[in-house]
Design a protein around this ligand. Structure first.
Ligand SMILES: [Fe+2]
Length: 329
């Protein structure tokens, strides 16, 4: 026997707007059998009153109705922020080209022509709900990346010399990952990782971050803690677990002389080996409190000399290819 989940999934809520009571009840009954939670309204005006206290996942509405018809209801919904995103499916007895054109011009994507077959109804509703869930996920994902960018900028903003560093490093990393043919989800993670790699610098006081001279031993010791501090900060955020290698290991070196763990060669996750190249390239070509900006060609040579010491030699080749193709970030 297949064990049943202890907490059932919540029913999707549907508002059915139809002036003919027999049809409305028949639709509602059928949808309830399929585990939808249904609320009914006899026309557009009643639907708007119902919506004051009920937030459906989808509205199924007839077009021709007394007082306020389906088209007028749809226009009203789109004018109100709280209702504008609710998906709407039109029910119509009239499958004429005029009606279809009118509803399409309004942006309505789905129609069902009466008499409605029960399975068509359920399939159309489920397909529409799935589409809006996908759109919602895409929006959340975008909002999430924007939040991460704000966090990264807050760190970068404290240090006047590194403004723009995160954007450039992220671009170089993305170019390299594309050259390596990484799959889309890995590239997405890379974008978060590259943006957040120095987030642990939040523990470094401004006077150390912006110091023009060499750091003393104590200051250097604190600076070396930023990868672990960043990793600890993000350890409670389940969505960001995949970016941990970028944050924790971006100061490891191919020959094992890096920090925090002194990992060697392929013990260092590839994400961090890749980020280290972009990070050092941009740091050296930018003006910093402790060094002037060095020319692009000179830094390329420096990276080449340090392939197999500081950097993964294979990834240095990829970096060179990408720089030749794309130019400076
Ligand atoms: Fe760093």
């Amino acid at each position: 026997m297949i064990p049943k989940p202890t907490i059932p999934l919540p029913s999707k809520k549907i508002l059915v707007v139809e002036d003919e009571a027999i049809i409305r009840k028949s639709i509602a009954d059928h949808l309830q059998i399929d585990n939808f939670f249904v609320v009914q309204a006899g026309d557009g005006e009643e639907a708007l009153r119902v919506l004051e206290n009920f937030s459906p996942d989808l509205i199924l509405t007839d077009i021709k109705m007394p007082r306020k018809d389906g088209i007028a209801l749809f226009k009203d919904l789109r004018k109100h922020a709280q209702w504008a995103a609710i998906p709407v499916i039109f029910l119509t007895a009239d499958n004429s080209a005029t009606i279809l054109r009118l509803t399409r011009e309004l942006g309505a994507e789905d129609h069902l022509t009466k008499p409605i077959m029960h399975q068509d109804l359920v399939n159309t509703i489920n397909a529409r709900l799935l589409r809006s869930a996908e759109v919602e996920v895409a929006h959340i994902d975008q909002a999430y990346l924007e939040t991460v960018a704000v966090m990264a900028n807050a760190i970068e903003g404290r240090d006047q010399y590194t403004r723009g560093h995160v954007d450039r490093v992220t671009n170089i990393c993305l170019w390299m990952a594309q050259e390596l043919g990484w799959p889309e989800d890995q590239i997405r993670t890379l974008e978060f990782g590259a943006r957040l790699h120095d987030i642990g610098k939040i523990i470094i006081p401004d006077h150390i971050l912006n110091k023009t001279g060499k750091l003393n031993d104590e200051e250097w010791e604190l600076m070396r803690q930023h990868p672990e501090a960043g990793e600890k900060m993000l350890s409670g955020i389940s969505h960001l677990q995949s970016v941990r290698p970028y944050i924790l290991y971006h100061h490891e070196r191919w020959d094992g002389t890096g920090y925090p763990e002194g990992l060697k060669q392929r013990e260092i996750p590839i994400e961090a080996r890749l980020l280290a190249i972009a990070d050092v390239y941009d740091a050296l070509t930018s003006e910093r409190p402790y060094h002037p900006a060095r020319p692009h060609e000179e830094v390329l040579k420096y990276l080449e000399i340090n392939a197999g010491k500081h950097f993964d030699p294979d990834l240095i080749l990829v970096f060179h290819r990408v720089m030749q193709m794309r130019g400076t970030p």
